[in-house]
Every structure is written in structure tokens, then in C-alpha cells.
Design a protein around this ligand. Structure first.
Ligand code: 4NP
Length: 210
């Protein structure tokens, strides 16, 4: 039933009122294949008050430099969402400022291109405090990135913060390894990882549609 669906979607806490599970604005959604605002439920910040957000998924992927892994995660998520007809916002950022304004690593550009995605116009940027309010989800590529994101999160953060590979059923607590010091094969492995996560995320977001 709806209760199980919402729980299993993993998209947030079930909104309860008078003991009933409610999904706000579910009438807005006619088909998962058309672009409409998706209703889903989140716990708002760290407040004990639960409220409902009705907006489409807005996912920020965060790694260290924003030139290798997170641009690939963003590209894979955009690609899989588009294939599924799911309307999303997606962006990526680095915890560090080393590569602000730089295009992705040429090996990331090449890898994305092999999978039909052009990321050559992406520009590196650093994670910003307003991201914690703008995005519904901030997903870290590895544990170090996750710790950094969590440490920066303001008390009124509304974004759900997590590890990207936790979206994958058997990927619990897995990191996307940094391919920066590797060869092109390492970037192929990165694409494999982030694409698995992207497909899992899209499936989860689609399942939240009643
Ligand atoms: P990314 O990889 O975090 O996947 O973008 C890195 C890119 C650059 C550096 C480290 C990691 N760096 O130290 O410059």
C-alpha cells in the first residue's frame, strides 16, 4: 500500500497526521513519465516538526575537487532522469576550492562522452552554505566528502545529506574511489559506480510517485 511504498522509497519520513499517512498534492501527479512536481515527504531540517515538501528532486553531488567524480555523477543522473522522463534539478560541487571555474578533468570529459554525455561546459565550483537550503539531497561521493558536508551543514539545513552509493541496494556504505591518480580505467570504474547510483536514485524518485 501507500504506507509501504513511501517507507520503502527511502525518500524521507512519512508525514503523519491523526495517525494517517498522507501524501500531499498527490493529485498533481498524473503519470511518472510527464514532468510535474513530484510530491514526497522530508523531515524539515533538524526540527521535530515534520512537514511536507512538494518540489521536484534537486540533487547536488559533492566530491573533493568537482572535476573528476561529482561531474560524472551529475551527468549520469541527468542522463538517467531524462531517459525516465523524470524532471530533476542536478548540480555538482567540490568541498575544496582548488578547481573553481575549471572544466572537468579531460579523462572525465572523455568518459562521459563515451556514454553520450557532454560535460565539457561544466565549471567547477565549491560547496556553498545556500546549497543546504536549495537542494533536496546533497550526496557525497566518499566518506571524507560526507564528513566535510556534514560538518558544514547549518542547523536549518533542509537538504537530506547522504553517501551516494547508499542509493544502491548492495552498495551500503561504499565510497566512489578517487580516480584522480589513476588511468582512464579508473574513470570507467567511476562511471560504472555513479551510473549504478544514478539509476537507483531515479528508480527511488519514480517510486515516490503515487
Ligand atoms: P574529485 O577528484 O574530487 O573526484 O574531483 C580530485 C580532483 C582534484 C584533486 C583531488 C581530487 N586535487 O587534489 O586537485
Amino acid at each position: 500500500g501507500i504506507r509501504d511504498l513511501v517507507r520503502s522509497s527511502g525518500l524521507g519520513d512519512v508525514y503523519k497526521r491523526q495517525g494517517q499517512v498522507r501524501i500531499e498534492n498527490s493529485a498533481l501527479v498524473m503519470s511518472p513519465r510527464v514532468c510535474v512536481p513530484l510530491p514526497y515527504c522530508v523531515r524539515y531540517g533538524r526540527s521535530s516538526i515534520r512537514s511536507v515538501m512538494t518540489q521536484r528532486p534537486a540533487v547536488l553531488f559533492v566530491c573533493l575537487g568537482n572535476i573528476c567524480r561529482s561531474p560524472l555523477a551529475e551527468a549520469a543522473f541527468r542522463k538517467r532522469s531524462a531517459e525516465a522522463g523524470l524532471c530533476v534539478d542536478a548540480d555538482s560541487a567540490g568541498t575544496a576550492d582548488y578547481h573553481v571555474g575549471s572544466p572537468p578533468d579531460p579523462r572525465s570529459i572523455a568518459e562521459a562522452s563515451l556514454h553520450g554525455a557532454d560535460i565539457s561546459n561544466y565549471a567547477g565550483r565549491q560547496l556553498h552554505m545556500r546549497d543546504f537550503l536549495r537542494f533536496t539531497h546533497i550526496l557525497a561521493l566518499d566518506h571524507s566528502n560526507l564528513a566535510d558536508v556534514q560538518a558544514l551543514a547549518p542547523p536549518d539545513a533542509t537538504a537530506r545529506i547522504g553517501l551516494l552509493m547508499d542509493a544502491v541496494e548492495d552498495g551500503k556504505n561504499a565510497a566512489v574511489a578517487d580516480p584522480y591518480h589513476g588511468n582512464q580505467d579508473a574513470f570507467a570504474e567511476t562511471w560504472n559506480d555513479v551510473d549504478r547510483a544514478a539509476r537507483a536514485l531515479v528508480e527511488r524518485f519514480m517510486r515516490a510517485v503515487i
